[in-house]
Design a binder for this molecule. Structure first.
Ligand SMILES: [Zn+2]
Length: 113
């Protein structure tokens, strides 16, 4: 393995944070548009509901967040780096390029076709 699980987890968590931060910003902006100026919109923005944040993410962002969560889950249960379809080890280079991968190259290509 090129990377330790600790490094992988840190990278995934960082990416998750960035996605969440981006989504929170979008959600706060959306709310500001709907909320008249001068009201307590700043307070409102700070207590954004989780589903509002998710709504603010585009489909790609949501998909990515779900895959990052799934990868973190697999680190926890020890199945990280193993293809979800065929059970073979996923190539370390593939994991380094895309830490949230949960299929080997072959299975991913099979799915994409
Ligand atoms: Zn596979």
């Amino acid at each position: 393995m090129g990377q330790s699980m600790k490094e992988v987890r840190a990278a995934l968590e960082k990416e998750r944070e960035e996605l969440a931060r981006r989504a929170s910003k979008v959600a706060a902006n959306l709310r500001r548009e709907r909320t008249p100026l001068g009201s307590d919109s700043e307070d409102a923005a700070s207590v954004l509901q989780n589903d509002e944040v998710l709504d603010a993410l585009d489909a790609e962002g949501r998909d990515r967040l779900a895959r990052i969560d799934a990868a973190l889950q697999r680190i926890d249960d020890g199945s990280y780096g193993v293809c979800a379809d065929c059970g073979e080890a996923i190539a370390p280079a593939r994991l380094e390029a895309a830490p949230e991968s949960f299929r080997c190259v072959d299975c991913a290509e099979l799915r994409a076709n």
